[in-house]
Design a protein around this ligand. Structure first.
Ligand code: PLP
Length: 385
């Protein structure tokens, strides 16, 4: 099997699975219980919080454990909107967000909030000027995706943060789900107030995630209940998942440079080969893009057919982001980048991991070539050519 859908999810590290099993078996107490078993779970929880905080260079009390990226984004956006609605009801985001941001914003419009979706250029990047022009007296939140999950474009998060320094009342949230481990982002330098991370995108487990909330930033909790997670997210903590998350993050951060170098090499090989193939249009920009995502369209071919042809050879890629791949609609991100509808409707995403090897990439390339020939022959026969 050659797994190339790592933006959808990654294969958990063996160490992560072992940790999860061990903690689930031996430390299954509720971290809020006052007896010894609860105390042991609470100790593991607070050790994980401190370890994660130190890996991200923030404070332990700024780490909120969530169930993943969608929850983190919803909590950040709605939690801030509800907290500060008396100050204003205007939110700025981009036109290429993950649905967990754009749909959360859509829901807020029903409560009278107004959303500005910043446009992007042909590379999928927003301009600082359009952000400047969009800021209003009643703007309470700016939420920006760091690495786009479909094409891999990286936004100028640090520049935006520096610019927003002039507006201390505006909260700055970044969706860092596709960026963690594949880019460098200094939360302090970028002056982030909130930042979303999801465990299963870096070889941790599904159902685990982190929302960084800068100390002093207030927000409404969306899940009412107990006092867990600094009263920002009620519910019994998934201690085994959290300890496993801390392990995945440590392994990712310790090896980040090595992994990134490996990814850059693989991505370069894939792009060079795709560029030489007739009828392929690559959408991932050459500059300012993350090292693990390659998005392209094949002229005149249905992407689902192509994905299934690759699957016959046990190569797994995706048509677009995992959340939208069954919708059969053109990619919103590609349309926003000005890609024509036919191409935006037929894009394929390859998303690589440090676990992939060069020989797998060679098999991918030759299989793409053969599949394209096969499909073109079939279409030629159908059209009587
Ligand atoms: C950029 C981005 N944000 C948020 C999410 C949602 O994360 P999760 O799957 O953990 O809910 C994803 C998932 O693909 C993503 O790519």
């Amino acid at each position: 099997m050659i797994y190339l859908d790592n933006s959808a999810t990654t294969k958990p590290f063996d160490d992560v699975l072992e940790t999860y099993m061990k903690v689930s078996k031996n430390y299954f107490g509720n971290a809020s219980s006052i007896h010894g078993l609860g105390g042991q779970a609470e100790k593991l929880l607070s050790q994980s919080r401190s370890q994660i905080a130190s890996l991200l260079h923030v404070k332990p009390q700024e780490i909120i454990f969530t169930s993943g990226g969608s929850e983190g984004n919803n909590l950040a956006i709605k939690g801030i909107a509800l907290q500060y609605s008396n100050r204003g009801k205007h939110i700025i985001t981009t036109s290429i967000e993950h649905p967990s941001v754009s749909e959360a914003c859509n829901q807020l419009t029903e409560l009278g909030f107004e959303i500005t979706y910043l446009p992007v250029d042909e590379n999928g990047v927003i301009s600082l000027d359009s952000l400047k022009q969009s800021i209003r007296e009643d703007t309470i939140l700016v939420s920006i995706i760091h690495v786009n999950n479909e094409v891999g474009t990286v936004q100028p998060i640090e520049e935006i943060g520096k610019f927003l320094e002039k507006y201390p009342k505006i909260i700055y949230h970044v969706d860092h789900v596709q960026g963690i481990g594949k880019t460098y982002l200094d939360f302090n330098k970028a002056r982030l107030d909130l930042c979303t991370i999801s465990g299963h995108k870096f070889n941790g487990l599904k159902g685990t995630g982190i929302l960084f909330v800068r100390q002093g930033v207030k927000m409404k909790s969306l899940i009412a209940g107990g006092d867990q997670e600094m009263q920002k997210r009620a519910g019994t903590e998934n201690v085994a998942g959290i300890v496993a998350l801390a392990k995945a993050l440590r392994l990712t951060m310790e090896n980040r440079e090595k992994y990134m170098k490996h990814l850059i090499g693989l991505k370069k090989t894939i792009i060079e080969n795709l560029t030489m193939m007739k009828g392929i249009k690559i959408h991932t920009p050459e500059e300012n893009s993350a090292p693990h995502i390659i998005n392209f369209s094949i002229d005149g071919l249905k992407p689902e057919v192509f994905v299934h042809l690759l699957e016959e050879k046990e190569i797994y890629v995706s048509t677009t982001s995992a959340c939208s791949s069954k919708k059969n609609e053109p990619s919103k991100t590609l349309l926003a980048m000005g890609v024509p509808k036919v191409l935006a409707n037929s894009s394929i995403r390859i998303s690589i991991s440090h676990q992939n090897q060069l020989d797998e990439v060679s098999i991918l390339i030759s299989t793409i070539e053969k599949s394209m020939k096969k499909l073109k022959n079939v279409m030629g026969e159908r059209n009587g050519i």
